[in-house]
Design a protein around this ligand. Structure first.
Ligand code: BG6
Length: 501
């Protein structure tokens, strides 16, 4: 991770980070390892404390020991006792049940006392590392105890996905949050935006004349965004059953990537300038009509099969999943962005669990040359492809045609791959390091603004409703395959195919 250190010191960085859900999975697997690595990189403020709020009774020492164990397990850097000691002294465990509204007064007092000790000046980061049904309850508690606003200090709210379960609930949640926090103080996390290659999309596009000048419908045949996973739902069946791939991956990660790939150059690099351009892309997505849904959206659910030679159960056999579940574990969509840059160029997106590969890639397929000088029948001429490899390989791949020296063919595709294998690019603490660091500095560029989230829901909502109303022949793909047959037909009918680079 290379951080922009120029912004350090633009704000008063002293703060207390309050984590609701301090004993939960997210805190242990992602947040604490990320905080540890920030200590290692000396990127945490000097006056800083972490207060983990949890329901369970435990001593400070017990909690610290648990954190120690999880950092050892999940941190990208080996745990060093010296740096751990630095983090340990920042960690406090505060026990209370966050549904008890009275309890917030106690928390408030505790934080104010801690302010004196660590000189955190009343600044707060409230991190909602809890199940989404508690978001409003906690914000209500912060409101009642008047904890969110303190004159001369700042307060930020960090909220994980899912942000609502549809457009209506997202709007309701948002208006509750806005009663308590300003839009500028709400950081809606999409951990994909913390990934290196996602941040690199803008650099690639706007710092290379060879790319930006051809980044449009005149030169690009189609764009594919594929986020595929070998993993099944594992122990998250209870959550996933109400989420499905649309809410879990499309409404957030995929639409965010789409907007970065397709947006116009922002007028500058300020947070709002970038977010405004992203939001315009989402608004320009074509109208979701019944015909669109019928022809351009494919849902799937995995049946049993083999992943890396090991038999795995069907989705309907997973823990906490009903045996007649109609939740989708796969989605493929063909859509257009109806603006001057993109009219006519299709975007194909797909995501799914229990597929044959685990990778995240954006493939830009350029238009082919006319068949006048060299003929495909004789040569192995392939289209130019630019692939932005997000994970597990990170970097850029480019394919172009050259004269072949060794065989009787005249033309062969040359594959230039600058990417490197990075096993730690998954849903790992690394993205959270970047995100937590930005939250502390008050830089919201890598977080979603409300109008982006709202526009994304407008698109996703209709597809989700369509899936809920429609009868499905699920399961319709084997674990270990690349999804349902219809997902292949979606491209084949246009004379195209999914690229697995
Ligand atoms: C999360 C989803 O947001 O992203 C998970 O809830 C999914 O279901 C994960 O597995 C994928 O993230 P990554 O970073 O591993 O690609």
């Amino acid at each position: 991770m290379k951080l922009d250190e120029t912004k350090i010191g633009v704000d008063n960085l002293s703060a207390i980070l309050v984590i609701f859900g301090g004993t939960g999975d997210l805190t242990h697997r992602k947040l604490m390892p990320a905080l540890y690595n920030l200590v290692l990189d000396k990127l945490l403020p000097e006056h800083f404390a972490i207060v983990s709020v949890g329901r369970r009774e435990k001593t400070q020492e017990q909690y610290q020991k648990e954190v120690y164990d999880t950092i050892r397990k999940y941190s990208r850097n080996k745990l060093s006792e010296t740096y751990w000691a630095g983090l340990k002294e920042m960690i406090y465990y505060y026990q209370f049940d966050f549904i008890d509204q009275e309890g917030y007064y106690g928390l408030k007092n505790f934080l104010e006392q801690l302010d004196q000790k660590v000189k955190s000046e009343g600044n707060r980061v409230f991190y909602m590392a809890v199940a989404p049904e508690y978001f409003e309850t906690i914000v209500q508690g912060l409101q009642l105890s008047d904890m969110a606003k303190k004159s001369g200090a700042w307060s930020r709210l960090i909220i994980e996905k899912p942000f609502g379960k549809d457009l209506k609930t997202a709007r309701k949640l948002n208006s509750k949050l806005l009663e308590v926090f300003d839009e500028n103080s709400i950081y809606r996390i999409d951990h994909y935006l913390g990934k290196e290659m996602i941040q690199n999309i803008m650099v690639l596009r706007f710092c290379n004349s060879i790319f930006e000048s051809i980044w449009n419908n005149k030169f690009i045949d189609n764009i594919q965004i594929s986020l595929t996973e070998k993993l099944g739902v594992g122990t998250r069946g209870g959550y996933y059953e109400h989420s499905g791939a649309m809410r879990d991956m499309v409404q957030n990660h995929i639409i965010q990537i789409l907007s970065l790939v397709a947006m116009e150059p922002p007028v500058n690099l300020k947070t709002d300038s970038i977010r405004t351009e992203k939001q315009k892309v989402i608004e320009a997505i074509e109208e979701i009509t019944p015909e669109f849904l019928r022809d351009n959206v494919v849902f799937g659910q995995y049946g049993k099969g083999m992943i890396d030679g090991i038999p795995v159960p069907a989705y309907r056999e997973e823990e906490n999943v009903p045996s007649n579940s109609t939740t989708e574990t796969f989605v493929a969509v063909k859509l257009h962005i109806n603006n001057f840059r993109w009219a006519g160029t299709p975007f194909y997106i797909r995501t799914g669990k229990r597929l044959g590969t685990s990778s995240a890639e954006i493939v830009i397929q350029f238009k082919e040359m006319p068949n006048i000088l060299y003929f495909k029948e004789r040569d192995i001429q392939e289209p130019n492809l630019l692939v932005i490899r997000i994970q597990p390989n990170v970097g850029v791949f480019f394919q172009f045609n050259t004269k072949d020296f060794n065989t009787h063919h005249d033309i062969v595709p040359t594959k230039m791959d600058t990417s490197y294998f990075s096993p730690t690019q998954g849903n790992t603490p690394e993205a959270y390091e970047r995100l937590i660091y930005d939250i502390l500095r008050g830089d919201a560029t890598l977080f979603s603004r409300w109008d982006e989230v709202e526009a994304a829901w407008m698109v996703a909502d209709q597809m989700i409703k369509y899936r809920e109303q429609k009868k499905h022949q699920f399961p319709n793909y084997d674990s270990g395959s690349m999804g349902p047959v219809r997902a292949f037909e979606l491209l084949a009918r246009d004379g195209r195919k999914w690229w697995n680079i």
